[in-house]
Design a protein. Sequence first.
Length: 94
Amino acid sequence: MAFDPDNLLNTPKTLDAFLKHIKTIRYKHIREKLTARQISIIELILQDKTEKEISVKLNLSIYTIKDHKQAIYKKLNCKSTKELYSISKEFYLV
């Protein structure tokens, strides 16, 4: 096998993309626990949207949003939005 410097992961951007890909595959089971609706709610939460703003955007009751949020917290074993943000970034959920 010949040495090909063009195929090395030698730039931080490429290495970061590779690591993200590996983590995405490694933690796929965590993402699979969540429904598509829950993932969309996580995305909105991470955009600093309130429960009321999320309910208007998704055309759902605020109580449905609260139920989804509780289910998300339970599935990801977190207790706050700060923890949710940290877990989402660590496991590349969104």
